[in-house]
Design a protein around this ligand. Structure first.
Ligand code: HEC
Length: 176
């Protein structure tokens, strides 16, 4: 039998462990973005107006629209609409095939990380040194894109990919 004191301290240690686990779970439950410009942390926060899909992405680094749109061309049109609405078309062409800006639908990636939805999100959200603006509405202009807008665009761009049969973005697993 444990003495009352020993029992209490066991209980206390147990509670501390639990609190620690909860804390570390919360600390890890966020996708840590880095700037394409200089590798520094790119801070995009979850906000009240975020959709469930945006919240899921910010927690796991997996874009739920990518898999959903791969199976549903009709739903994917929502991403194409955003791509036009925010004038991405001016540089990348109506279907992302490239104009002044590079093609986003072939296998030539400006940065190798663009094969992941996290990586391509980082360039769209935070811009690059090679001519991409920072499009996320948390980084300057509130009229710009919310997390959900960018994710819909990425999901649609993935459906336009014509660079081969390998599509690693369809096999991404949630960050733990
Ligand atoms: C003013 C012209 C311009 C506009 C408008 C523009 N882009 Fe870009 N974009 C570029 C250029 C230039 C690059 C190449 C950047 C680099 O190499 O650093 C690029 C690169 C990209 C890439 C990486 C392509 C690859 O093959 O790796 C993505 C994705 C992208 N843009 C998405 C978008 C989206 C989404 C929008 C609209 C919200 C947009 N762009 C609007 C000029 C533009």
């Amino acid at each position: 039998m444990l003495g009352n004191k020993a029992f209490k301290s066991t209980l206390f240690v147990g509670m501390l462990t639990l609190a620690g686990l909860t804390l570390s779970f919360q600390a890890n439950a966020a996708c840590d973005f880095v700037s394409t410009k200089d590798g520094s942390p790119l801070v995009i926060k979850a906000v009240d107006t975020d959709t469930p899909q945006a919240k899921e992405f910010l927690a796991t680094c997996v874009n739920p629209y990518t898999k959903a749109y791969a199976k549903d061309a009709e739903a994917a049109k929502a991403g194409k609409k955003k791509f036009g609405y925010y004038s991405c078309t001016q540089c990348h062409g109506p279907n992302g095939g490239g104009q002044v800006g590079p093609s986003i639908t072939d296998s030539t990636w400006q940065y190798s990380k663009h094969v992941t939805d996290k990586g391509i999100f980082e360039t769209i959200a935070g811009g690059s040194n090679g001519g991409m603006f920072a499009w996320h509405n948390q980084l300057g202009n509130p009229e710009n894109l919310a997390t959900d807008d960018i994710l819909k665009i990425v999901g649609w761009l993935r459906t336009q990919y014509n660079g081969g049969s390998e599509k690693p973005w369809l096999n991404e697993t949630p960050k733990k």
